[in-house]
Design a protein around this ligand. Structure first.
Ligand code: UDP
Ligand code: MG
Length: 167
């Protein structure tokens, strides 16, 4: 089954200069990149992304973490990987949520850590299942930012949209 999955290189991954290493590891999957960008994460985006964890005791720290407030790197790199069984392949390569439990040859096992305040700084996010992947891809990307579409799109005409252009 051809799937797409969202990957985020989290602020600790950027701060530790791991972008290249993580992309190299992800290329082991032989999946294709359908979209990629650097994103400044607003509180609104962070809270929507982690909405299902709202009641967890670590929620506030997690929001600060993904917004880059713990790493002086207020951005993440967002990617969509595309191909056969993309969700499972990427998840397996990333490893378990707790970086201490993640197998040492996974991305989280290799590069993650638990901070003294208890946050799992596991350097990457990867969608866990099909529902989550669809929700997350649509949250982080517009159709125009992806080169392949597995979710239906439609064309609309928008007038009087404010946007930045080069002067
Ligand atoms: N997290 C944490 N402590 C926990 C569980 C999760 O700090 O006990 C953080 C961790 O960074 C994780 C994120 O919250 O990646 C989202 O949690 P989730 O359970 O969705 O794990 P994931 O899908 O990222 O493996
Ligand atoms: Mg998750």
């Amino acid at each position: 089954m051809i799937e797409q999955t969202l990957v985020l290189i989290k602020p600790d991954g950027l701060k530790k200069s791991l972008t290249g290493n993580i992309l190299t590891r992800l290329s082991e999957t032989r999946l294709e990149i359908a979209g990629a960008k650097v994103v400044k994460v607003t509180r609104e985006l962070a809270e929507k992304h982690y909405a299902h964890l709202k009641d967890k005791p670590f929620f506030e720290e997690l929001i600060k973490y993904i917004m880059g407030e713990l790493h002086e790197r207020k951005k993440v790199m967002a990617l969509v990987y595309h191909g056969e069984d993309a969700i499972k392949k990427v998840r397996q390569l990333c490893g378990e949520t707790n970086p201490e439990k993640a197998a040492p040859d996974t991305i989280r096992g290799q590069y993650g850590r638990i901070t003294t305040s208890g946050v799992y700084e596991n350097v990457v996010h990867a969608s866990a299942n099909r529902e989550e992947a669809e929700r997350e891809i649509k949250l982080w990307f517009s159709p125009e930012e992806l080169v392949y579409h597995i979710y239906p799109v439609k064309e609309i005409v928008i007038e009087k949209v404010k946007k930045l252009i080069w002067v």
